[in-house]
Design a protein around this ligand. Sequence first.
Ligand SMILES: *Cc1c(COP(=O)(O)O)cnc(C)c1O
Ligand SMILES: [Zn+2]
Length: 415
Amino acid sequence: MFGTKLKCLRCGKEYPLLTKYSCSKCGGILDVDYDYEAMKKKEIGSHLGTKKDEGMWKFRDFLPIKKKESIVTLREGGTPLFRCERLAELTSLADFYLKDETRNPTGSFKDRPTSCAISKAKEEGGNAVITSSTGNGGVAVATYAAKAGMKAIIIVPSTAPRNKLLSIVCSGALLVKIKGIYSDCFSLARELSREYGWVNLTSTFLNPFATEGDKTVAYELYRDLRLVPDWILVPVGAGPLLVGIYKGYKELKELELVDKLPAMIGVQAKGCAPIVRAFERGEREVRAWGTPHTIASGIADPLQGYSDDGSLTLKIIRESGGAAVAVDDESLVESVQNLSRLTGIFAEPTGASSVASLRELKKRGILKEKDTVVCMVTGSGFKDSHTIQKYVEIPPKELEPNLEEVREFLDQKLA
Ligand SMILES: *Cc1c(COP(=O)(O)O)cnc(C)c1O
Ligand SMILES: [Zn+2]
């Protein structure tokens, strides 16, 4: 284990490597620090190159868990990277890839941060966890808590997709539905975690061990692609996935395995785009959004009460030479269908938002035809099918089990 300490990203104050949610001195976001010199000496990076796939914990040396027995895993990560020619044609990009995070155990990338943060909680002897979530994070925490035999309390807006709620309840977690927006859930979880001593796994930047799970995406991209992509497109709520991926690449550079860094593009929905708004206005601080209006429920995070999280993501986007862009619901629906038809990946609208932004980024001249582009497809459509059901018609006609009738129907359809 090469993790050494927690460090405040704002004032630099250091803390022991234990679950802690913000800097006691300045309230800043905490980040896990590693002994990169020692990693370099032991040639830890050389393990990254092999193809054998054991999921995210293959990168245990890069993660802050001491004992193997503490690891709570359902074999998350190790997701495929697909080259998608037919989708690439649509946007005329020559070197285009999708990182298919729908393949994670609960159907979203949230399994990565959850596995890491809950393992840390287990290592510290925790037996109950709480999270606030727009849906996927709640499913991940409920599922991993079930695996670990821990009590889980999941706080979600009552508008969260039904199938996500169903999965949370099936896992035996205590589901708390709030008549409000995600930010209300965030504040409640933070308060309840304090009062009851439950470990808070909320994957904004609150739990520093969650973001560590996100960074494993970078190691997998390095292993599968070798060359560093010019652009990585990431759907962002508060943005730990985007920041985590960039951190992973910075570590690879520190270990002298790559010599450049990717430019990070944050994608939000037009109906909830606090980070994009600040990016476009050239502001340094992100300000909270009002009430979200979008079918991309997974990124409907207005950041009320923790807009600093958005400011960190904005800073990383700028530092990387990237951009932030917003997409409307119509293009989300179109992208869900394009993904299904042209690549075989069934994504939820949030998960398809990276793909939905391609046309606009191309039009603005940000993406060039020859650039290497990776889109993160962050969540599966199977857990959010009610949303897409409103836009796609299932044929109402039912046929008799009769060859004549079926043939007639097919001839008519295929004509
Ligand atoms: C949570 C979530 C996001 C946003 O990720 P953050 O790192 O929390 O900003 C994107 N896509 C899906 C499907 C999600 O569930
Ligand atoms: Zn500080």
